[in-house]
Design a protein around this ligand. Structure first.
Ligand code: GDG
Length: 500
């Protein structure tokens, strides 16, 4: 199709993400079917999808899966196939071993490989082509996350009639770090194809706008960036976002702004009210030998989560005699993640060595210092763990948001429990009454852990109440509706009036 005569598809609202919100499962007869994989994004978008007759484009999670579009739980799902090699180069390589460490402040060294980049471009083009094919004329497409940053520009080239949103679930780094990326200009050009670019934190949006100014010299005012218009077709079809600037140049106005993501808070609270889940929470504490204080960490086993720093602080407190295994247990759920990427294999070895050492040194026959679980659990079990935990430790070195922190808060309808929260997690912008820590400061982290253990009940309740109010008000439905509202608003209304 030439860009001037686009073919239109049938869906007025389309979500594009690397993974479809379903998993392939094999039933008792050996037939392969799909099951919805529960997650905040699906919960948030399901109602919007149903109302708008939406479709979701993504990979099924299986290599070379040429599945045809299908419907699951009332949502149209449109698979994009990835080969084994593309999973290695585009997904495990460029997405998870270049962009992920770079965007998390190079906690691990990013690897730069030209063949990974080439695969990233090819796969992004495939997602963009699919979105261009299925979207209805004048429709809205919402692209998700760092694996697909080139899609907005690729899509606009083919379909300037569309309104395009992008949301970045992970941080966007400061320019001094971002500028390492050999393809730094292509990536921001890719993102600027969107009308609204959403970030977790105001600081992320600022880092992005600065990168745009430094690399492309485009002007920005507040959250609005002026992007010179490249094609005439863009002017005709995106009128409400076109302005004139100096010298009668035409620009598209692009909004780059924070939309902090959240969880379906009510559903967590509902689970927490279930008698069987409360009974399970009691059972968990009994199983741990009924310590006075249960501390909890829940993370994908990822080097951004600061699990090692947490273990170091906990181990030193045991060594100093400030904590006693007869009184305190740390439960650490480390759910398996990206197990084919080498950095993750190394991390697992390091963490398991540390856990083994601490347990060897401090556990007794009846009390284990750290109950370490390298498993994924059903959501019910996660909620039981949250209910069982007096202290929740979120010590990420860098994290877009950290939903675990919000889930813990949503679960604690009893207004009890203490959240220790890294200031490097997006959630710390909102959860101001958590015990906020710098996880690199091991002494400070140790003090916070002791403070959490000793905090009087009235103070726990005061802090938790404030956090719960925030999470209940700003839930994931609110997040998606505010993003989509911004996407539907001509950016003129968001910027200062321009001569036009
Ligand atoms: C990315 C960004 C941002 C974990 N283990 C199990 C399990 N989980 C669930 C948690 C939570 C989710 O996975 C993890 O979300 P996080 O936000 O904590 O972290 P990432 O996976 O890194 O997510 C992050 C997020 O995107 C959203 O934008 O907040 O910053 O990195 O919901 O509960 N769930 C179950 N079993 C497990 O074992 N059921």
């Amino acid at each position: 199709d030439s860009p001037s005569t686009p073919q239109f598809g049938e869906f007025p609202f389309v979500v594009v993400s690397n993974r479809l919100p379903v998993d392939r499962v094999i039933d008792a007869e050996g037939n392969s079917t799909f099951r919805t994989s529960p997650g905040g994004l699906v919960t948030a978008l399901e109602p919007v999808m149903r109302e708008a007759d939406g479709a979701w484009i993504g990979w099924t999670g299986t290599a070379d899966d040429e599945a045809e579009p299908f419907e699951n739980d009332g949502i149209h799902l449109i698979p994009v196939a990835l080969s084994d090699e593309e999973i290695e180069l585009y997904y495990e390589g460029f997405s998870n071993d270049t962009l992920w460490p770079l965007y998390h402040d190079v906690i691990a060294p990013p690897a730069y490989h030209r063949e990974w980049w080439e695969s990233y471009v090819i796969v992004n083009q495939r997602f963009a082509d699919r979105a261009a094919e299925v979207s209805a004329e004048g429709g809205t497409v919402w692209v998700q996350d760092y694996q697909l940053q080139l899609v907005p520009r690729m899509l606009r080239n083919q379909r300037p009639d569309l309104t395009i949103g992008f949301f970045n679930h992970i941080p966007f780094p400061a320019y001094g770090i971002y500028s390492q990326l050999p393809w730094r200009t292509q990536i921001i050009e890719g993102l600027l194809g969107a009308d609204v670019i959403g970030f977790q934190r105001t600081a992320d949006a600022g880092n992005f706008s600065r990168a745009v100014r430094r690399l492309l010299g485009y002007q920005s005012k507040g959250t609005v960036i002026d992007v010179p218009v490249e094609a005439e077709s863009e002017v005709a079809s995106a009128k409400h976002r076109i302005s004139t600037v100096r010298d009668d140049k035409l620009v598209r106005t692009v909004v780059a702004k924070a939309f902090p993501i959240s969880i379906d808070a009510a559903s967590y609270e509902d689970l927490a009210h279930r008698p069987d889940i409360q009974a399970r929470a009691v059972e968990i504490r009994n199983g741990l030998g009924n310590p006075d204080v249960v501390m909890l960490g829940v993370d994908r086993l990822d080097y951004t989560k600061g699990i090692g720093h947490r273990l170091k602080a906990f181990g030193e407190l045991l060594a100093d005699g400030d904590l006693d295994v007869e009184e305190v247990t740390l439960v650490q759920v480390a759910s398996p993640s990206r197990e084919r990427v080498r950095t993750y294999q190394k991390l697992r070895d390091e963490i398991e060595l540390t856990v083994g050492r601490i347990n060897g040194d401090y556990s007794t026959i009846s009390h284990t210092a750290i109950s370490y679980l390298h498993h994924g659990y059903p959501r019910e079990e996660m909620v039981a763990l949250y209910l069982a935990a007096d202290v929740m430790l979120v010590t990420a070195l860098r994290d877009g948001m950290n939903l675990v922190a919000k889930e813990y808060v949503a679960t604690r309808f009893d207004n009890d429990g203490v959240l220790v929260l890294s200031e490097f997690a997006g959630a710390s912008d909102e959860l101001r009454t958590a015990l906020r820590v710098n996880p690199h400061d091991i002494e400070g982290l140790k003090e916070a852990i002791l403070q959490a253990k000793q905090m009087p009940k009235s103070e726990r309740a005061r802090r938790m109440r404030a956090m719960r109010k925030r999470v209940q008000e700003n839930d994931v439905a609110r997040w998606s509706s505010s993003f989509l509202a911004a996407l539907a608003t001509p950016s003129h209304d968001l910027a200062l009036p321009k001569a036009n």
